[in-house]
Design a protein around this ligand. Structure first.
Ligand code: FEO
Ligand code: CA
Ligand code: CA
Ligand code: CA
Length: 610
């Protein structure tokens, strides 16, 4: 059944006129709205503020906005609606664009620059590491309404090289001892930062999603700490960083093969320091980022916190974005007190994984020593062993295997939790379950649930909010097919604003975008839903080849920030070789496409979406 059957009424929350689907190389917003492009990849924000150049150096990249913008949050300064720190993730890089599309690069069969002997140029590798991570940049609204970067001592880059502290039950254990940190307290950098979250104490959490692909491992045998996450025994990795000329320690560590006498002599444990949520205090540029290991180790898409309640535990939700993976929840042991709350609340508590029953009921299964069969006899030695092997523990307790969990959001009024499930074409008909009802799920869906009492509850009731698709086979919250103003595929980004608009961002893969069953949806887009009436309306369409991801708003809700990631990613190897790029957004004139942040405002200065 549907959540809202029978409640069809005009939306009071959605006040804009829907935009049509689009295949244009531009951003389209509703009538009465304006859009500004801000901080494209390479914008100088710190240090010597080196100007952007398509073939700029690795060192310069470390002082500029990274590539492939994703999760984001606006931290107002003194509560201002026009001045704050914008903090955003940089998920990955496309070397063919990062190193200058016009630079005559030799590309391998995967489209990556490579030298003839298979080694990687050291400065290119440095640039790639520095284009990952997080940007913290002060921005301010000018008198004419345009936003600008402000030079500020808090502006900062956290990259794949920044020293990061490990905290929680896995810190200081044998799992994370390396040559760099023999006592297992530190690691270097953060990778594949997809979505994010903001804590109730105003820090930022960056997720580590597809980190496993960054590691090579030439050993003949590897255990579940790597194998269950997709690391294989091979001498290749996504970017071949371990093959950088010169063999610097910071690059060699991406080969996790055992070489030395013990784990303290090599980087066999390096991958175990990845797959976590990373906490950053944007207000303190000297602060060391912290990986909070009690939130579990998997392909973290992001994290969303339930509204904090004084004297109650802190609760947050996080999805593992891979086919047949799980949705998790963390409940802190210590209660939240606004006056003293900080990240250490995330170091003690209980990690749970979701099981969705066929009757609309659900339960949270604790991943803790002695709970649900997680004992030493069953192969889980202690809490650190459970957490470093979160996926294996979730397998063991019988959690529900989902269709790629992406973002979650919590309705601030009802407490209802929503999660996007972007797709899972691999699901066979005999693997279908009530919460993942479609075999060969190419289009995705959105699930929602209500906890049984407080967010810390171990029981919930759930329903499907939307089955994505076109007018044939989709289902809106009222049980009807999505209408032309609402058709969508592959929901990914999800956020609920203070007025309860549910913002939905799509990520149709560049491999299927604008083709086959996905052709009807056009370029990736952003829509808004009214959770009371169930109406969904398209708000924005993006340029060619990109996905829409990342969303933040000012406290007055009159400036919204949205990220455009990987414009031009649909450029084929053949077209690239001939200098034909699928997108030149946002500068056109034959420029390299660059990920960037949009600032969306209304001509009448009103609330976005209203
Ligand atoms: Fe990086 Fe799951 O999207
Ligand atoms: Ca995503
Ligand atoms: Ca993506
Ligand atoms: Ca995605």
């Amino acid at each position: 059944g549907s959540v809202l059957a029978g409640q069809v009424a005009p939306s009071r929350l959605l006040g804009f006129k829907a935009v049509p689907t689009s295949v244009g190389d531009d951003v389209v917003v509703p009538d009465g709205y304006r859009v500004q492009n801000l901080i494209p990849w390479g914008t100088p924000i710190t240090g010597d503020y080196p100007a952007f150049a398509p073939d700029g150096s690795g060192e310069a990249q470390g002082q500029q906005v990274g590539s492939h913008h994703d999760g984001m949050h606006f931290f107002p300064l003194d509560g201002s609606a026009g001045d704050g720190l914008l903090v955003l993730n940089h998920e990955y890089v496309e070397p063919r664009f990062l190193h200058g599309a016009a630079a005559g690069l030799a590309l391998d069969s995967s489209g990556f620059p490579c030298q003839q002997d298979g080694s990687r140029d050291t400065d290119q590798v440095l640039k790639e590491l520095n284009a990952h991570g997080i940007s913290i940049v002060r921005i301010r609204r000018g008198d004419a309404g345009q936003w600008q970067v402000v030079r500020d001592e808090r502006n900062r880059r956290v990259t794949a090289l920044t020293p990061v502290r490990l905290a929680g039950p896995v810190a200081s254990t044998e799992h994370v001892q390396t040559r760099y940190s023999p006592d297992g307290t530190m690691t270097r950098g953060t990778l594949s930062n997809c979505a994010s979250g903001a804590t109730p104490w105003q820090t930022y959490l960056a997720a580590e999603e597809n980190w496993a692909g960054y590691f090579a491992n030439q050993d003949t045998e590897i255990d579940r700490r790597q194998a269950r996450y997709g690391i294989a025994t091979r001498d290749t990795s996504r970017y071949q960083w371990h093959r950088a000329v010169g063999g610097a320690d910071a690059f060699v560590r991406f080969d996790a093969s055992a070489r030395g006498a013990s784990a303290r002599d090599d980087y066999r444990n390096e991958p175990h320091a990845f797959g976590w949520m990373v906490e950053i205090d944007p207000m303190d540029p000297a602060s060391v980022p912290v990986k909070r290991t009690h939130l579990g180790r998997f392909a973290h898409e992001g994290v969303v916190f339930a509204p904090a309640v004084e004297g109650e535990p802190v609760v947050c939700y996080s999805g593992d974005d891979a086919a047949f993976e799980y949705i998790y929840k963390f409940v802190s042991r210590r209660p939240y007190h606004a006056a003293s709350a900080d990240g250490s609340l995330l170091d003690e508590g209980t990690l749970y994984v979701a099981r969705f029953h066929g009757d609309g009921e659900g339960e949270w299964l604790a991943l803790a020593p002695g709970r649900n069969g997680l004992t030493a006899e069953n192969g889980f030695a202690d809490l650190a062993d459970i957490l470093v092997n979160t996926r294996s523990a979730a397998d063991a307790v019988g959690a529900t295997r989902m269709d790629r969990p992406e973002w979650g959001a919590v309705d601030p009024h009802t407490g209802r939790v929503y999660f996007t499930l972007t797709k899972n074409p691999q699901r066979e008909i005999e693997e279908v379950n009530a919460a993942n009802p479609r075999p060969g799920n190419d289009l995705g869906h959105i699930i929602c649930w209500q906890e049984d009492g407080t967010h810390a509850a171990e029981r919930f009731t759930w329903d499907l909010f939307v089955l994505a698709g076109d007018q044939h086979g989709s289902r809106d919250p009222n049980g009807e097919p999505l209408d032309q103003d609402a058709i969508l595929a592959n929901p990914d980004g999800l956020w609920i604003d203070p007025d309860r608009r549910v913002w939905i961002q799509t990520d149709i893969s560049e491999s299927t975008l604008n083709t086959g069953i996905h052709e009807v949806f056009g370029n990736n887009q952003m829509l808004a839903a009214d959770p009371e009436t169930g109406e969904i309306r398209r708000f924005l369409t993006g340029p060619v080849g990109q996905e829409i991801t990342g969303i933040a708003i000012t406290p007055d809700q009159r400036s919204m920030f949205v990220n455009i990631q990987h414009p031009g990613a649909t450029t084929t190897a053949e077209a690239f070789a001939e200098g034909r790029l699928a997108s030149h957004w946002p500068e056109w004139n034959n420029a390299i496409p660059r990920s960037a942040t949009l600032v969306i405002t209304r001509e009448d200065g009103g609330i976005i979406g209203a």
